[in-house]
Design a protein. Structure first.
Length: 106
């Protein structure tokens, strides 16, 4: 799987927990930044590190447009998007070579 390009992604801290939607041109690097808490802000404050959904796009303009649409969605629509593709809310970053993080159920 190509991890450079244009990606929209959703992170959480646990199943049905806090959601964060982002966009990046380098998925591996961005997930590493979230997990290592490189940046101050929302994801660090809320412990949002589990990658539960992502989607590749042809270009950054398309990815940014989709990210903005998802950010306007209500919470249930985001949960449905995640559950449709990842019903157990498994940490997809493991598939990208990251170690499994400890999880909590709620």
């Amino acid at each position: 799987m190509q991890t450079n390009g244009a990606f929209v992604y959703i992170l959480t801290n646990f199943k049905n927990g806090t959601l964060y939607t982002g966009v990046t041109s380098d998925l591996i690097k961005r997930i590493y930044q979230h997990r290592s808490e490189t940046f101050e802000g929302f994801t660090k404050d809320h412990g949002v590190k589990l990658l539960v959904w992502y989607e590749a796009h042809d270009n950054m303009q398309a990815a940014i447009a989709h990210e903005k649409r998802i950010k306007r969605w209500n919470r249930q629509w985001k949960i449905n998007l995640i559950t449709q593709n990842n019903p157990n809310w498994r940490d997809l970053a493991v598939d990208l070579g990251f170690e499994m993080l400890p999880t909590r159920s709620s």
